[in-house]
Design a binder for this molecule. Structure first.
Ligand code: ZN
Length: 105
């Protein structure tokens, strides 16, 4: 979307357009391109559709089983890297859930 000094910014649809989300400002999050790619690397359904925020929350809880305070071994390397980009290095699932609820929903 925007190219200039610094990192490229993109428009993320909180409810994906493919899932019925619209272009209204409340459904848009302006996000750095590499964070945006990381989000969609993390939160894609098995049928390749983009997850809704609610599905993303469920996915985080699933990865976190049985412990919301650590990620255990449930995250493959590629997704671990994406996790660190979106939420920050070593962020717990409990904190990630707060971030999704506050910033991505
Ligand atoms: Zn997006």
């Amino acid at each position: 979307m925007t190219k200039g000094r610094g990192e490229q910014l993109t428009r993320h649809h909180k409810i994906p357009k493919s899932r019925g989300g619209g272009d209204e400002p409340s459904n848009i999050k302006i996000v750095k391109a590499r964070i945006h790619r990381a989000w969609h690397t993390l939160f894609q359904n098995s049928d390749k559709t983009n997850m809704t925020p609610i599905e993303a929350l469920e996915q985080v809880k699933e990865w976190a089983v049985p412990d919301l305070s650590s990620l255990g071994v449930y995250l493959p390397t590629k997704k671990r890297h994406a996790w660190n980009l979106v939420f920050g290095e070593n962020t717990t699932p409990a904190k990630a859930i707060k971030i999704i609820t506050k910033e991505w929903s």
